[in-house]
Ligand binder design. Structure first.
Ligand SMILES: [Zn+2]
Length: 284
């Protein structure tokens, strides 16, 4: 009789379910909480998440910089005001992403916000009377940084570079990673002094530069050869056969960093010699 049979099955199932529930109720010991053993084994395939330090100027005063970097959709890990005291503000923990880098790339890495620490320095950038002027700004258009600000930058970058074992060539300007969008921290940022006085970042050896300048051959290097040297160092340089606007933006960014007294956006022998000297020293 199918009806009775299925009824029998149903009753049996109810008992089974009841038994199961009773078993569950009777089981009062919870499963043991897992534990993390972080010392017994260690992987070798790993690297620091933070690989770059990107330096900026805010082009605003102290109050506006603080307001924008804490309230707007832009931020940085550290902020160095003009106010002459020993304080550096940390606005974002190192372990979290700050929104300071935006679109761009360096050393084959894009999305620099993921892998960098951003440091904003309060500085006017381009002096007000020169803002809005077309073309590349010369050295004299940039406003100098305060000595105390630079000392604080030096100490902070030194600490961060040591803590995260950051490659000297990965301590960069915002303009290095976004040459067509950004010119900060500009020509007055003392990269050479930071290297010479504090051992921070990358700088070329004068002897190498002189050698490359003297070595100039009768046959001028091709555009592609020079562009490749920029890419070797890490710059986001395109591979067109001309010095188009995007390429000149890279030249200008490079000069802001490594030949700040004469940033032109034009390719010349000294710029190429400096680039080659850097690639020789840092294996680009
Ligand atoms: Zn910036």
């Amino acid at each position: 009789m199918p009806f009775l049979k299925s009824e029998h099955v149903m009753v049996k199932n109810i008992f089974l379910a009841l038994g199961f529930t009773l078993t569950l109720i009777g089981c009062t010991t919870p499963a043991p909480r897992y534990s993390i053993d972080s010392t017994s084994y260690q992987a070798t395939g790993k690297n620091e998440r933070i690989q770059f330090i990107v330096l900026h100027y805010t082009a605003e005063n102290d109050a506006e910089s603080l307001r924008i970097l804490t309230e707007a959709r832009v931020s940085a890990h550290y902020l160095i005001l003009k106010k002459p005291d020993a304080r550096i503000y940390q606005l974002v923990p190192d372990s979290e992403r700050a929104w300071h880098a935006g679109a761009g790339s360096f050393a084959g890495r894009s999305v620099l916000n993921d892998t960098s620490i951003g440091i904003e320095i309060v500085n006017d950038g381009i002096a007000p009377e020169y803002r809005g002027q077309k073309g590349y700004h010369p050295y004299a258009h940039f406003v100098p940084f305060d000595a105390l600000q630079i000392r604080k930058v030096a100490q902070l970058v030194n600490d961060l570079a040591t803590r995260y074992r950051i490659d000297p060539t990965h301590i960069i300007a915002h303009s290095d990673m976004a040459p067509s969008r950004k010119i900060d921290p500009g020509a007055q940022f003392p990269w050479q002094r930071l290297y010479q006085e504090y051992g921070i970042g990358a700088w070329y050896d004068e002897a190498d530069k002189a050698e490359f300048l003297n070595r100039r051959t009768l046959v001028a290097p091709s555009v592609q050869e020079i562009k490749q040297a920029f890419r070797d160092y890490g710059y986001p340089m395109n591979d067109t056969d001309t010095w188009d606007k995007a390429s000149r933006d890279v030249i200008y960014a490079f000069q802001l960093h490594f030949r700040p007294e004469q940033p032109t956006g034009e390719m010349d022998a000294e710029t190429y010699a400096i680039l080659q000297a850097l690639n020789r020293k840092y294996g680009g």
